[in-house]
Design a protein around this ligand. Structure first.
Ligand SMILES: Nc1ncnc2c1ncn2[C@@H]1O[C@H](COP(=O)(O)OP(=O)(O)OP(=O)(O)O)[C@@H](O)[C@H]1O
Length: 363
């Protein structure tokens, strides 16, 4: 059956993609819409299906069901070279015996462009990527950062609608990554090409993505702008995967004034429903509170309070992390920013509180 017409402004649309390997489901009903010129990061733990999703978009894998539309055109059964995409892999996949100039022009040669046009475009792109001085070198004579630029120049020279990147900076030295990330982000915005970037590194995803798509066990758990995913994790998995969340579990007790009362082994807490239906009394629920939202001073005036024992205080550069334990033995983290004097020490018993609106109920 032909797919219904797509919205023309979308660079990419995935409709209910499924992919199985034997009895194992690697992608289980993934749907995604990528508007024009967006930077989208697919984020998730190892084996969650990010790369398989990307390979389906690339045409390197055929999904068992579902539709893939690129620029509004159904491409599900098309080979990679008919999809208006380019790819970049973690190992850069450079051709070992080809000079930099030849590699960069490769895509245009495949498209059978006239020789003069290839020479002109290669010179332009080598200049734009500041690698003109490397034109005659082979990959073995390049540093990691230089290889990365060559691979990117090679991928972008054909001006695809979408660039697919699988852990593209994973092989770079840590010290280089931040600079490369800034460059790539600027390049993406200038080019207007949509980037679909696979990573398991949340710092990469949150600093680069216009959209962050969090995957787990072959499905999308949450997708949204970075600040949405950070401040309102939709599920306990997302809250746990993203650094800095405390997760509490208990039973729903009933709701009043838009707040759900949740009973846990460490007390009862009021958490905003945020438009959600009230869960049945006694049903298991979870919620999260960010580690920097806990308050020590004036805890008595806050609606949610919890008794804790501090077990460890660690320094993480810009902030101080306190690891605390509840009466039932659950771990709670409190992060203190702003170089304040230390007020809670290991071994101390303390009461912390948080505002009702700082709790995020999970689906
Ligand atoms: N060709 C294949 N045959 C069998 N199983 C596969 C194949 N390709 C991937 N898988 C399995 O599908 C699951 C998803 O793999 P995928 O590479 O998409 O994960 P990922 O999220 O990209 O992980 P990573 O970050 O480790 O690359 C994994 O459990 C993997 O072992």
């Amino acid at each position: 059956m032909a797919a219904p017409a797509a919205l023309p402004q979308l660079d990419l649309e995935l409709r209910d993609i499924r992919k199985r390997y034997g009895g194992f489901t690697a992608v289980d009903g993934v749907s995604l819409q990528v508007p024009k010129g967006q930077f989208v990061c697919l984020l998730g733990p190892s084996g969650c299906g990010k790369t398989t999703t990307l390979r389906c978009v690339a045409g390197l894998e055929e999904p068992d069901s579902g539709d893939i539309l690129i620029g509004g055109r159904e491409v599900t059964a098309d080979p990679p070279w008919q999809r208006d995409i380019a790819m970049m892999f973690q190992d850069f996949a450079l051709f070992p015996h080809m000079s930099v100039a030849k590699q960069v022009g490769f895509g245009l040669e495949m498209q059978k462009k006239p020789r003069a046009e290839i020479t002109r475009r290669v010179a332009e792109v080598l200049g734009a990527f500041e690698i003109a001085h490397l034109a005659d070198r082979r990959p073995s004579q390049l540093s990691g950062g230089q290889k990365q630029r060559v691979a990117l120049a090679r991928a972008m020279i054909t001006e695809p609608r979408i660039l697919l990147l699988d852990e593209p900076i994973g092989a770079l030295d840590y010290s280089l990554r931040e600079t490369v990330m800034l460059e790539l982000k600027a390049l993406q915005k200038r080019s207007g090409i949509s980037f679909i970037w696979v990573t398991h590194d949340q710092n990469e995803a949150f600093s680069l993505g216009d959209q962050v798509v969090v995957m787990n066990h072959a499905r999308i758990e949450q997708q949204g702008r970075p600040e949405e995913v950070l401040s309102r994790p939709r599920t306990a998995f997302v809250a746990g995967f993203i650094q800095g969340n405390n997760i509490l579990r208990g039973q729903a007790q009933g709701a009043r004034d838009g707040l759900l009362d949740i009973r846990t082994e460490d007390g009862s807490f009021a958490v905003p429903l945020n438009g959600r239906a009230v869960p049945a009394a006694g049903s298991p629920v979870s919620f999260s509170v960010r580690a920097e939202r806990l308050q020590e001073a004036a805890a008595d005036e806050l609606p949610n309070r919890i008794s804790l024992r501090c077990t460890l205080v660690e320094y993480f550069g810009a902030y101080r992390r306190h690891v605390l334990e509840t009466r039932s033995g659950a771990t709670i983290k409190w992060d203190q920013f702003g170089a304040l004097p230390q007020s809670v020490f290991a071994g101390e018993l303390v009461t912390f509180g948080w505002k009702a609106e700082d709790g995020v109920l999970h689906a």
